[in-house]
Design a protein around this ligand. Structure first.
Ligand SMILES: [Zn+2]
Length: 86
C-alpha cells in the first residue's frame, strides 16, 4: 500500500513541476509579446555605448581607426603620419 502512495505522490509532484514550468514559459512569452519593440539589453546596461569612439577611414589605405589617432593633412584624414606624407 505504501508503494502505491509513494508512486502516486511521485506522479503528482512530476505533474506539478511540469505544470509550473509551462506556466512560467507562458508568462515569459506573454511578457515578450507586451514589449516586442524592446531589444534585449543585459541587466545593468544601458542602450547607449558610452565607450564607443568615432571611427574614421584613412584616405590612403582605407583602414578604419579611432578618431583620437587621426592625422589630418591636406584636408584629408589619415591613420598615421607615414600615410599623411605619402
Ligand atoms: Zn592609412
Amino acid at each position: 500500500m505504501t508503494r502505491v502512495l509513494f508512486w502516486l505522490a511521485l506522479v503528482f509532484l512530476v505533474l506539478f513541476a511540469i505544470r509550473s514550468k509551462i506556466r512560467g514559459m507562458q508568462q515569459r512569452a506573454r511578457a515578450q509579446q507586451q514589449q516586442p519593440s524592446q531589444p534585449f539589453t543585459p541587466p545593468g546596461r544601458t542602450r547607449e555605448l558610452p565607450d564607443a569612439e568615432l571611427m574614421l577611414c584613412c584616405a590612403h589605405c582605407g583602414v578604419y581607426y579611432p578618431a583620437s589617432e587621426n592625422v589630418q593633412a591636406k584636408g584629408h584624414d589619415y591613420c598615421s603620419h607615414a600615410h599623411a606624407t605619402l
